[in-house]
Design a protein around this ligand. Sequence first.
Ligand code: ZN
Length: 322
Amino acid sequence: MASAETIEIARGIPPGFVLACAMVFGAFVGSFTNVVAWRLPRQCLSINNPRRSFCPRCKTQLAWYDNIPVLGWIFLLGRCRYCRKAISPRYPLVEAAMAALFGLAVWRTVLSGGPEALVSVEAWLFALAAVAAISVLMPVALIDWDLTIIPDELAVGPLLFFVPMAASVTPMRAGLPPDLDPLLFHALPLWLNGVFSALVAGAAGSLTLWLIGKAGNVLFPGRTAKMGGESMGFGDVKLVFLLGVILGWPKLLAAFFIAIMLGASVGLVLRVAARFLAVPFGPFLVAGTLAALLFTPEILQAVDWYIALITPAGVPPARLGS
Ligand SMILES: [Zn+2]
C-alpha cells in the first residue's frame, strides 16, 4: 500500500504523459520486433550484428534517422534512400501496432486505476507481464505467418521469465471474478500456488492441442499428408504451454476459443480467396492471447450475454461476472 504522500505526488503526473511514454517505447520495441522477425529464423543473420539495420537489396546501412519507428518510413515515402526499392509497409504497421498495444496495456493495467494504481507495484508488475507478453508474441505471429515455424527462442526461452512471474499472481487474476479463480493449489503458499497453477494451465493446454492434432491426423488423412504428416505443428503445442503460463486457465480457455473462431473464419477466406493451403495457427493463438490479456472484462461480459441468450425463458441465467 502506497502512502498518502506518494499518491499525492502521483496525482501530479499527467496520465497522457505516461501513455505517450509507453507508446514511444512500444514503437521502438516494434522496430526491434521487425529485426527479430526477419533475422531470427534466418540462421546466417545474428540479432545484434550488424548493429544497424540495412537495406535487404542494396545492403547499404541505414542512418539512425531512417530507423525512427513509423516516421522514418513516412519521411522516406516507403523507399530506400539509396536504391529507391520499396520498403514493405509492414515495418511501420508493426511499429504502430506495438505502440498501440503498449499504450493499451499500460492504460488497462495502470492508468485506468487512477493515481493509486500509478504507485502500485502490483499494477506495474501486471503492466510488465503484459508488455513482455506482447513483445514475445508479436515476433512469434510474424515468423509463423511468414514461414510456418515457431522458433524455440520465442516459445520456450521466455518461460525463464514468465514461470517466475507467475509467482506474482496478480496478472493471472486481474479482471476475473472470484468464482473463476486461476489458482488450483490453495494449500500451498500463494507464490508457489501461482507457479504450479500456471504450469498446470500450460500443460493442460499443450496436451489438448496435441490431442486435437492427433485427432486431425486420423480424421483428415489426405490433408495431413499434404501438410507433411502432422495436422498440428509441434511448435504450436510448445507455444500453448507458454500461453497457459502467461494467462492461467480461465483466460487460456478464452484465448483458445477466440483463436479457433478467428482461425476458422480468416482461414476459410484465405483458402477461398488466395488458395492458401495451410494457414498457420500461431498468429491466431497470439491474437486470442492478447485479447484475453487486454480485454478480460469485455470477454466476460460477452460470455454472460451469450449465456443469457441461450438460456430458455423462465430459467435464471448462470452469471460469470458480478
Ligand atoms: Zn537499398
